[in-house]
Write a protein that binds this ligand. Structure first.
Ligand SMILES: [Zn+2]
Length: 140
């Protein structure tokens, strides 16, 4: 999506007006229950929730925050390609970890090291002396 209009100083020129229209269309699809969305104007900086009408007014009055190049608060996905080198062939999985918060289970590897040092004293073979070998069927 072309966002060069965001850097325009003339907020009344055709490109800027069209850009705001585009944004408003996007924002309309990402409103909360009250019909409000984050306002990306320079005054609100996405910190405040405004109605679509107010957002439009703000964008004309204050201008859109030029730092808001990716409309992540309005449904636009963060571009992963932005963070990784272009020529990387197999590094896609590593980059995906930026979004992944679930890193459970990785710490178990440290326990294995401790176990091997202790298992020397455990006699091998007699470990499976369980109580499951019985199986009496005194069904009288
Ligand atoms: Zn605003």
């Amino acid at each position: 999506m072309d966002k060069s209009w965001m850097n325009l100083r003339d907020r009344l020129c055709k490109e800027y007006v069209n850009g705001i229209r585009t944004f408003i269309q996007v924002a309309k699809n990402h409103v909360n229950k009250e019909g409000k969305s984050r306002c990306p104007c320079r005054d609100c900086q996405n910190a405040f929730w405004k109605s679509i009408n107010d957002i439009e007014i703000h964008l004309y009055r204050f201008g859109i925050a030029t730092t808001y190049q990716r409309w992540i608060f309005h449904g636009e996905k963060v571009d992963i390609n932005y963070y990784k080198p272009v020529d990387l062939n197999s590094g896609i999985d590593k980059v995906d970890h930026l979004d992944d918060d679930d890193d459970d289970g990785d710490d178990d590897n440290n326990d294995d090291l401790v176990d091997t040092s202790q298992s020397r004293y455990v006699p091998m073979g007699n470990i499976q002396e369980g109580s499951k070998t019985g199986g009496r069927q005194s069904s009288h």
